[in-house]
Design a protein around this ligand. Structure first.
Ligand code: GCV
Length: 682
C-alpha cells in the first residue's frame, strides 16, 4: 500500500510498483528487455515512456536492446519491425487504419496475428504508424498497471471516431472561460522560446487515452491568435505535440478579415474575404504542416458570423472549408445558436436553423452539436439534430469542465452521462440509430467523424482542480476512442490507475463515482429541471432569477413554476419541441404519462398533484429527490472517510475538503429550491 503523499500531478500515469506478487513475477519473466527500433520522434517518446514506466512498475532494470533476445517487448511500426526481421502478416494489419494497434505475444503463435516471429514468448506492439504504436504502448502499460494477465495477448484496437479533440476555452491573457483549475496551461508570453515541460506531460496524458487533437483557444475568440506572432507560438506547441500524435486546432473570430486584414467586410461571399482567409490558412500551413483546422462559434451569444451579412452558416463554413481543404484541414462549425427570432423556445432554435442546411456543407465541414439542446445541463435529452442531418457529419461536443455540475468543487463522474447520450436511440433510421452511430459516421456512412470535449485542465498542480475531475478527462478520452466501453469499466480502470488496486478501495471509489452523477441531478435539477443555476458563474441555485435582459437568460423561463405546476411545456400543446424527435420518441416525450420521468419537467408543465411512478405527487417526489441527492453526498463523505488509512494523506485531505463543500452546496440547493417552489404549492 502506498500511503506517501501525492499531489495528483501524475494523473493516471503513476507507474507505482506492481503490488501483486504473482503478476509481478509474470511481468518480470515476460519482459526481460525492450526493443524499440524506430528512428522518428515518436519512437523516442515511446522509448522514454517505457524507460520511465517499466523499471518503476517491475521494480527492476529493463534494458533497451537492439535485437530481441529472450522474452522481449518488441515495439515499433510494422515497417520498423520488418527491419529487424520481425514480420507481421499483412492480413492482420489491413483493418488497422493509421491509428489502430496490435498487441500480441507468441504463446498463441498459431492463431496470433504475428507470423514469422521466432520467439514464443516475446510480446509485440505494432501498428501502421508511429502514433498508433504509441497508443498501443500506453494500452500495454495500462494492462500492467491494472495487473492484467499478459501471457496470451491477441488484441487489436482501432478508434471508432477519427478526430478526438480537447477544446480549451483558454484566452490569450491566461484566463480560461469556465475554467476551474487555475490559469491556462499555455504560456503565450513565453512561447515560442520557452517550452514548459508540463506541455509534454499534457501530451503524454492525452496520448495515453487516445486524444489526437487539441484546440488551444476559446471559441469566444479574439483576433490576435491569427497574427503571425501568435501563429509562431502555436507552431511551437504543434511541434511539441506532433510526436504524441496530436494535431493543433484554433478557434478564429469570424470578423478577423476586418480586424486584422483591414478589409471593410467579413462577408463570406466577398472574394476579397475568401482570398484573405486562403492566404491566412496558407500561412498557417507553412508554419504547421499538419494543422487540424478551425473550430468556429458564429452568430451565437453576440459573436460575429456570416448572418451579419445575410449569408448562411453553410456559406460561412464553406468559405473556411475551401481554404483548409487543399491542406487536409477541417472546419468544426458549432450549432450552438439560439436566436429568439427563430423560436421562442431556445431548445428548438438550432434544429430550425441547421436542418434546412443539411447537404449544403463542404465535405470537410462537420457541424458540431452539444449533447443536449440547451447547454451542458446536469441532464438533457440528446440534441434533436442528431439523426436529423443525415447528409452532414455531426461532431459531438461534450463538456468535461463541469460548468453546471458543481465545477471543480463537486465530485461528479460524467462517464454515465456521456454513455446515456451516446446510447440514446434517435430512431432516425429505425431502432438502433444511436447517437453514437450518428457521431462515428456509421449510420449515414460518413468517412469523417469527431468528438470534442471542453477541457477541465488548468495550471493547478493536479490539473483539474478536484482529484476526481481527472476521471472525466480520462473517461472522455477512453470513450472517444471506443464509445462501446461502459462508464463502469472506465471508472474501474481509472480508479486502479489513479488510486489503488486494493479491491476494497476500488469498490468503494467506484460506488462514489457511479452514483455521483444521478446524485448531482437529484440535488440540483431533478426530474428534468434545468438552467436554474446562479447567473453568470452558474454555481449554486437561483431558481427565482428573472433580471436578465433576454427572456431565455432568466431561470424562471426554464422552470415556469406557477400555481398550477412546474416545468417547460414542450409538448404538442406547448412549444412542440417534441416534434423535432423521430417517432416513437416524439409521441413518448409528448405524453405526460409515457415521458421518461428523468425528462418530465423538460417536456411538460406538470401539475403539482400529478402522481409519479413512485405514487408520490410531483411536489413530494421533488422533496424526495433533493433528499436522496444530499443523502448520496453524505454517503460519499462516509465512504471516503473510511478509506483514510488506505489513501495517501495529501490527496485524501484535499478530497475530504471538497466533499464538505459539496455537501454544504447540495444542502443549499435543496433549501433554496424547495423554499422557492413551495411559494407556488402552498
Ligand atoms: C464559450 C455557454 C457558456 C459560455 C460558452 C458558451 C458556448 O453559454 O456559459 O461560457 O462560451 O456556452 O458554448 O459557446
Amino acid at each position: 500500500m502506498n500511503i506517501q503523499g501525492e499531489d495528483g500531478y501524475e494523473l493516471w500515469l503513476r507507474y507505482r510498483p506492481v503490488d501483486h506478487p504473482e503478476r509481478l513475477a509474470q511481468y518480470r519473466s515476460a519482459i526481460n528487455c525492450v526493443v524499440a527500433p524506430g528512428t522518428r520522434e515518436t519512437a523516442a517518446v515511446i522509448r522514454s515512456e517505457l524507460a520511465r514506466a517499466l523499471p518503476a512498475l517491475l521494480d527492476c532494470a529493463v534494458p533497451l536492446v537492439d535485437k530481441p533476445t529472450g522474452n522481449a517487448l518488441v515495439v515499433g511500426t510494422i515497417d520498423e519491425l520488418k527491419a529487424i526481421s520481425v514480420f507481421v502478416s499483412s492480413d492482420d494489419c489491413r483493418d488497422l487504419g493509421d491509428e489502430g494497434f496490435i498487441i500480441a505475444n507468441g504463446e498463441r503463435k498459431n492463431q496470433s496475428p504475428i507470423s514469422n516471429f521466432q520467439s514464443l514468448t516475446s510480446t509485440i506492439i505494432t501498428g501502421n504508424s508511429a502514433p498508433a504504436v504509441l497508443t498501443g504502448t500506453f494500452h500495454f502499460l495500462r494492462l500492467v498497471q491494472t495487473h492484467q494477465d499478459i501471457r496470451a495477448l491477441d488484441l487489436t484496437s482501432r478508434p471508432r471516431i477519427r478526430h478526438r479533440i480537447l477544446a480549451h476555452w483558454d484566452n490569450l491573457d491566461g484566463s480560461i472561460e469556465r475554467g476551474y483549475a487555475g490559469r491556462s496551461l499555455w504560456n503565450w508570453d513565453a512561447l515560442p522560446e520557452k517550452i514548459d515541460p508540463r506541455y509534454h506531460d499534457y501530451a503524454r496524458a492525452c496520448a495515453s487515452i487516445g486524444i489526437n487533437g487539441t484546440c488551444l483557444t476559446n471559441v469566444n475568440a479574439g483576433a490576435r491568435i491569427l497574427t503571425t506572432e501568435y501563429l509562431e507560438k502555436t507552431a511551437a506547441l504543434a511541434d511539441l505535440f506532433r510526436p504524441y500524435g496530436m494535431r493543433v486546432y484554433l478557434s478564429p473570430n469570424f470578423s478577423v478579415p476586418m480586424r486584422l486584414g483591414g478589409l471593410t467586410t467579413s462577408d463570406p461571399r466577398d472574394p476579397g474575404v475568401a482570398a484573405w482567409w486562403k492566404q491566412k490558412v496558407d500561412e498557417i500551413y507553412r508554419l504547421i504542416p499538419d494543422f487540424g483546422g478551425f473550430q468556429v462559434k458564429a452568430n451565437s451569444e453576440g459573436v460575429p458570423g456570416p448572418q451579419d451579412y445575410g449569408a448562411s452558416h453553410a456559406e460561412g463554413a464553406n468559405m473556411l472549408a475551401a481554404a483548409l481543404a487543399p491542406h487536409g484541414g477541417i472546419v468544426l462549425w458549432r450549432a450552438f445558436v439560439y436566436d429568439t427570432a427563430v423560436d421562442a423556445d431556445r431548445a428548438k432554435c438550432a434544429y430550425k436553423e441547421f436542418v434546412p442546411l443539411d447537404g449544403m456543407f463542404h465535405p470537410n465541414v462537420l457541424v458540431q452539436v452539444k449533447n443536449g439542446p440547451i447547454d451542458f445541463q446536469p441532464r438533457e435529452p440528446f440534441h434533436p439534430l442528431f439523426g436529423a442531418m443525415p447528409q452532414t457529419p455531426l461532431a459531438l461536443e461534450l463538456q468535461i469542465a463541469q460548468e453546471y455540475l458543481g465545477q471543480s468543487k463537486h465530485l461528479v463522474y460524467l462517464g454515465g452521462m456521456w454513455k446515456e447520450i451516446l446510447d440514446s436511440d434517435t430512431h432516425a433510421q429505425g431502432p438502433g440509430s444511436t447517437v453514437a452511430r450518428v457521431v462515428d459516421g456509421s449510420l449515414d456512412d460518413h468517412s469523417t467523424s469527431c468528438i470534442i470535449g471542453v477541457a477541465n485542465t488548468g495550471s493547478d498542480r493536479n490539473w483539474c482542480g478536484h482529484h476526481f475531475s481527472q476521471a472525466n478527462w480520462y473517461a472522455f478520452g477512453r470513450l472517444a476512442w471506443d464509445h462501446a466501453l461502459s462508464g463502469e469499466a472506465i471508472a474501474d480502470e481509472w480508479v486502479r490507475l489513479t488510486w489503488s488496486d486494493d479491491p476494497h478501495v476500488v469498490d468503494a471509489i467506484k460506488t462514489m463515482l457511479l452514483g455521483s452523477w444521478e446524485a448531482c441531478i437529484d440535488y440540483m435539477t431533478p426530474l428534468g429541471l434545468h438552467h436554474i443555476m446562479q447567473e453568470g458563474h452558474h454555481y449554486g441555485p437561483d431558481p427565482g432569477f428573472n433580471a436578465a435582459p433576454r427572456l431565455d437568460w432568466n431561470n424562471v423561463y426554464y422552470h415556469r413554476a406557477d400555481a398550477k405546476g412546474l416545468g417547460f411545456d414542450r409538448s404538442s400543446s406547448g412549444s412542440n419541441a417534441v416534434s423535432q424527435y423521430h417517432s416513437p420518441l416524439r409521441e413518448q416525450f409528448d405524453n405526460l404519462n409515457a415521458c421518461p420521468e428523468k425528462y418530465l419537467l423538460w417536456f411538460h408543465h406538470v401539475p403539482w398533484d400529478h402522481r409519479l411512478q413512485s405514487g408520490a405527487t410531483l411536489w413530494e417526489e421533488l422533496q424526495r429527490r433533493y433528499d436522496a441527492g444530499i443523502g448520496f453526498v453524505e454517503e460519499m463523505r462516509g465512504i471516503w472517510e473510511s478509506l483514510r488509512p488506505r489513501i495517501d494523506p495529501q490527496r485524501h485531505e484535499h478530497v475530504s475538503r471538497r466533499l464538505e463543500e459539496q455537501l454544504e452546496n447540495a444542502r443549499l440547493w435543496r433549501e433554496v429550491c424547495l423554499k422557492y417552489l413551495s411559494r407556488f404549492t402552498l
